[in-house]
Design a protein around this ligand. Structure first.
Ligand SMILES: [Cu+2]
Length: 102
């Protein structure tokens, strides 16, 4: 019985909270994939550069800017507020995406 209680407690206390997730966006073939994502406020978006050139993920409203992400590297940004944020790559401005946070 004691073991069961400990086990249940361990499961509850050590599970990653559902309200703070990581959402991955790949950067590949000069595109954000997926280009449009929905997250919860407080989530972290991880941009993974799978291209052979550097890219940025830069919010048009200035809320985040990863700076240049070298090929094979990643950068994380935390989405602190609800709303829709359009972002682009400063090196290749036609590369665009949107984060919707609720
Ligand atoms: Cu780029």
């Amino acid at each position: 019985m004691r073991l069961l209680v400990s086990l249940a407690f361990a499961l509850v206390c050590c599970t990653v909270p559902a309200f703070a997730a990581n959402v991955t966006v790949s950067i590949q073939n000069m595109k954000f994939a997926p280009a449009s994502i929905s997250v919860a406020t407080g989530d972290t978006v991880v941009f993974v550069n799978r291209d052979s050139v550097a890219h940025t993920a830069t919010a048009q409203n200035g809320t985040f800017n990863t700076g240049e992400i070298a090929p094979g590297r990643k950068a994380s940004v935390k989405i602190a507020k609800a709303g829709s944020i359009a972002f682009f790559c400063q090196v290749h401005p036609p590369m665009r995406g949107t984060v919707r946070a609720k």
